[in-house]
Design a protein around this ligand. Structure first.
Ligand SMILES: [Zn+2]
Length: 321
């Protein structure tokens, strides 16, 4: 089950999503060797990325990055609008040093350096136009006290509060085989739900949130989205109407390639690459997302820099100033 279900309520200005990921998540994990506490955080953020991607209004990629000077130096989840995703984590300490019950606050140094960066990168971006990026610290300042975030859901909630105009609630959970998530979003009162009286709309948003709050991690991890939707909103559905759209599939997919590694070698420069060849006989690297190994021997490297010369030759001559 790797499904995302989008639904809308007829009696409340609410759009929702339920996600359940199993084999696509296992495909991420089997390529990695993260300690249990890190897997749980990564799983929650993978769930979050799929939920946020499903509401993108353009074709592109949503990237969640958590950065800190804590044990998790960098965590990256990329999800495209077709719901193909990949994820990676870079630790600053040895994996064996991380306790199985370490919290997100500890691992991402949420009381001090941790921050969350969410990037929306349209695939048809104008040249020179930067992708949209939102950044939040992983802590809440209340007067003189700092409250570090305790979970991925709380971190995403902070981000939504800061950057999105729409009230959003999110529930996330994961284990070594499954990820489950629920998102509820209040739609603008003008627009599709303009027919709702403002007071009825406000009551509807409260009512749907109250129903959402009854969801358990157990349900999110074990039940298909359709069943969760039926259970949570049984009464709402019969009294006011809840409509769902055909479920969408989520899959693991890495976009790494030999061509992209060759580009990295070109960026390193011929001298640097020659140095590595002299020392190690070949340039060997592993994709940080899918662990696929790439090996460029001396002949391959020669080819890499020859291609650059070729593409240089096809460029128009410089104007000479
Ligand atoms: Zn890869």
């Amino acid at each position: 089950m790797n499904e995302l279900l989008v639904f809308v309520c007829d009696g409340a200005p609410v759009r929702g999503e339920i996600v359940s990921i199993s084999t696509a998540w296992q495909a991420v994990l089997e390529r990695r060797n993260d300690p249990p506490a890190v897997r749980r955080i990564l799983g929650d953020f993978v769930g979050a990325a799929t939920l946020l991607s499903a509401s993108l209004k353009f074709d592109g990629t949503l990237i969640i990055q958590a950065q800190s000077k804590g044990p998790i130096q960098l965590l990256v989840v990329e999800c495209k609008s077709d719901l193909s995703m990949r994820a990676t984590v870079k630790l600053s300490v040895d994996a064996t040093e991380i306790s199985p019950d370490a919290s997100l606050g500890e691992l991402l140094d949420a009381s001090n350096t941790g921050r969350l960066v969410i990037t929306l990168d349209p695939s048809e971006r104008e040249p020179g136009q930067p992708p949209y990026q939102g950044i939040v610290a992983l802590q809440e300042h209340r007067g003189n006290t700092i409250k570090p975030v305790a979970s991925a859901a709380e971190a995403i909630g902070l981000y939504m509060q800061n950057s999105e105009q729409l009230d959003t609630r999110i529930w996330l959970t994961s284990n070594d085989t499954h990820i489950g998530g629920l998102l509820l979003q209040r739609m603008p009162d003008s627009g599709g739900h303009a027919h709702l009286d403002p007071q009825i709309a406000a009551e509807g948003w409260t009512r749907i949130q109250t129903l959402g709050e009854t969801i358990t991690n157990e349900e999110l991890l074990t039940l298909p989205p359709q069943t969760i939707l039926r259970r949570l909103f049984l009464e709402e559905s019969s009294e006011n109407g809840v409509r769902s759209f055909p479920p969408r599939q989520i899959r693991f997919s890495c976009r790494c390639s030999r061509t992209k590694v060759a580009d990295v070698l070109r960026m390193l420069g011929e001298e640097e690459v020659k140095g590595i060849l002299a020392e190690q006989g070949a340039v060997e690297t592993v994709c940080e997302f899918c662990s696929k190994p790439y090996r460029f021997d001396a002949v391959d490297c020669l080819q890499v820099f020859k291609t650059e010369l070729l593409s240089d030759a096809t460029r128009p001559p410089s104007s000479g100033h």
